[in-house]
Design a protein around this ligand. Sequence first.
Ligand SMILES: Nc1nc2c(ncn2[C@@H]2O[C@H](COP(=O)(O)OP(=O)(O)OP(=O)(O)O)[C@@H](O)[C@H]2O)c(=O)[nH]1
Ligand SMILES: [Mg+2]
Length: 491
Amino acid sequence: MRSDISVAFRAVRDAVALGGAELGDTGPALREIAEAEARHRMTGNHTVAALVGGTGSGKSTLFNALSRSSLADPGHARPSTRQASACAWGRRADELLDHLEVPHARRMFQDSLLEREGLRPLDGLVLLDLPDHDSVEELHAAQVDRLLPVVDLLIWVVDPQKYADHILHEVYLRSLTVRSDAMVMVLNQTDTLDAEGREAVAADIRRLLAEEGLGQVPVLLTCGLTGEGVDVVRDLLADSVQQESTADRTAGAALDGIARTLLRRVGPPAAPLGEDILGRTVDELMRATGVEAVAASIGTAVARWRGGALAQPQRPSRAAVAAIGSHWAVRAKADLPASWSQAVDGALPSVEELGERSEAAVTSVPLPPVAVPRARALAWAGVSAGIAAVALLVTGLALSWPAAWTLGTPAVLAVVAASLLVSARASRRTVAQQRAGAYEQDVRAALHATAADVLAEPTRAVLDRHSRVGQALAGVLRPSTGEAGATVSTD
Ligand SMILES: Nc1nc2c(ncn2[C@@H]2O[C@H](COP(=O)(O)OP(=O)(O)OP(=O)(O)O)[C@@H](O)[C@H]2O)c(=O)[nH]1
Ligand SMILES: [Mg+2]
């Protein structure tokens, strides 16, 4: 079935618009797209079949039989057809027939709705009766040149007398061997042969075709006068209508070429922006703003009895911020081609902005208090001392020390006091660690949010656009000419 080539046209156009300046000068590509589209609009709705061959073989007679008309002019005076005739089924093809220079008086239209049901499969067909090949060469070479890019089926008509001459008509043959699958050989005037003669001539034609490398071309037998065999030709035309048209194939190939050119400016798919890249940048920002030193000072001050001064986060130096920004760019851009890499640079903040935003993120996190609530420290100390005292007493009594009470009491008091001191200190240290850790974590979260906002988001937008452009262009590559995106290299 026919593919919807207009979707592919739209996809390439959209990709060009989305790619913008990063695709470089897209003027030539857009012009090519417009030309290919105009060409396709003209022919794409039609399947074009042409009757070709030497003079007197019966092309005009077969044209009339196939179109059930008397438009073409079969005749005895040779060559009889000086101008092409055309019959369009189901849809008019005026633009195409203008392009092929078929005179208005020699066009006919078969509205299949008026035809019997059996003819509906020819909807979209344009059948041409051309002058014989000598006349074509002399007078209508330009017409043939225009026909070849759009023709879907060449019906090559030969007669039993001159078939060998026709097949061996080198120049014509070569110029028309566009694709052997778009050709059919019709041996006409079979009424002039007996059954044996038909078989012999058909076999000889097959041999000659094979010698020309056209062994795949089917050979049909017809009689234009009686209409014998004409239905088989009609069936073949109906098949041709169902297949991808040459116009679609031509347009598809043009789009394939355009997409390949543009894909070279897109390069291979870029690696997605990983969370690790963001993590490393946040680490660098933490160091540049001195957050680790601030956290360490919080730890020391809280752990000490008498507190201490806290270090303040610093505004990161310009050089440090510039280095962080460029590390980011290098990691994020990886293998992007130059124009896309510049697009990433353009989307990133200035060194000043990155510095200011980082400083703002760090200062948005308040420094924690240094004081440790007394009740909390005492509670810890009390519990520890109680456990120590009870343990000592129980041990003394269990071993039945004689002086368990007299010596035991001061000992218990001493242990209790020591426990109070040790556990109060331990409690302060725990609180200090917690506060320093929480502060560091909060600053990290703030810097992460900032880096995600000013670095990751704009970078991702460019990478996303790059990937969408690449996918759209790879989507129109023709499978026969290579796998989508497989061998694309950068400019
Ligand atoms: N006996 C016989 N004569 C035929 C047959 N088909 C066509 N003719 C006759 O052959 C002559 C040439 O037929 P055309 O249809 O004009 O041949 P053509 O290929 O269009 O010739 P040009 O227009 O000169 O290229 C006419 O007199 C036809 O009546 C056929 O199957 N059998
Ligand atoms: Mg003719």
